[in-house]
Design a protein around this ligand. Sequence first.
Ligand SMILES: *Cc1c(COP(=O)(O)O)cnc(C)c1O
Length: 501
Amino acid sequence: MLLDTQTTSQKDVGLDHIFDSQTKDSYQEFLHKAILKVSDFLNNEKFYSGASPAELRSKKLLIRTDPTRSLSIDETLSELKELYLDHAISFHNPNYVAHLNCPVLLPALVGDLIASSVNTAIETWDQSTSATLIEEEMIRWASSLMNYPDTADGIFTSGGTQSNFMGLLMARDEFAHAHFGWNIKQHGWLKDISRFRIFCSEKAHFSVKKNAALLGMGYDSVVTIATDDKMKMNPKSLILAIEKEKQNGNLPIAVVATVGTTDFGSFDPLAEIIAIAKQTNIWLHVDGAYGGCYTLTETHKEVLKGIENADSITIDLHKTLFQPVCSSVFLAKDKKNFRYISYYADYLNPLENRDEEQPNLIEKSIQTTRRFDALKLWFTLKMTGEKRLGAFLEKVHYLALELYNNIKDDSCFELVHKPELSTLVFRYKAKGITDDKIHDVINLYVKNTLFKLGEASVASTKLNGVTYLKFTLLNPRTTINDLMKIIAMIKQKGLEYKKNN
Ligand SMILES: *Cc1c(COP(=O)(O)O)cnc(C)c1O
């Protein structure tokens, strides 16, 4: 019986797709073919094919997977081309100026490929060895970029949202510990938490509110402070708001200063906010998801001065360091605050085995299994170098200024700010029309039409209830001529709308 019945463990279940010493040739073949297909993607002329959602949905046979059929690498790649590569949005295309997506660096891509193939999980030393040392070194680099002292520490996260989450978590738990002797990590909720208040500008990223809710404090805990005409937090309003909350019996726990707001790239006045946070003795978190990496430049030294006084900092390398998604760093000035996050699991990192020589980075992360994202940055710093990165950032900043100067006197446009970073918010204004509602419709028509035709991707946002268009410039190869072509398209579409309506 036993002789002619194959047990499952002996059956040939098709192991030729497992990355191991037996599949080296396939590994090289698959990746080589994939790289050729992705190179073809770079030939796409438009930033987007312009395919409608219905056209893409109609490819459902390509989207679905079939349990009875397995395809070859060639078949799969050719399906993917038709389904995705021909229609993916090219962030490197000069006509893509919508969101905070940067073109990525070749060295970073190499790092990403290696990290994925070797598949290091960076939570414990016994899963990562020297990868842990590389992440630690990248954190030290980021930390020194922020002028932080040796007491600082940090961790790679999935993005600015998660980094901001960690900053607010530390602020919350440190306040509860200092003022109530309460350990939230151990005991959970405290009724006074509903009186905790966090202050940020009205232009701060929505993740402040979202995270406050996830941390049990609720949207209501976030007090938004008015900004001035340069979209910067007004420090006097901050002082008044803190006073008012105190009078109402609430407990100010933190202020979030944004260096580089998502829409306007504006910098909150750091020096004043630092002084207020110190005086009030509350946590200062700096959200530098967009502007934090500008410490690499000469142009933004002044607006970032004093950043080392922050209790915690967020920087997004997948926005302004040309890294593939995900790559973000959270830093805390005093490493002991990571105790609010650490957990010691018997099967992974038991406390009694804690060993400084063999650190377990999981102690600083809210994730468990975690990608080796630091390798992309390591490749970037080794090959591209921080000087060149700084030059890229200066270049896109100057590009935004040049665009501003080029269109500020054009009667077709109304500009709301002079760029402090690399975005420009403005709207098209049709001649003879005074009603903002109509302008809203025209601007949205322009944006949507350019996208649908695959001509250009421009973002839109609202200011005081009015719709504006937004350029976010993160591509150092883009020229002012490229941008003026998009400006010409906007005018043309604006005129077209007027003619047809
Ligand atoms: C983009 C952004 C975030 C969120 O970062 P993700 O990486 O998208 O999670 C937070 N703050 C600011 C200022 C941002 O611009």
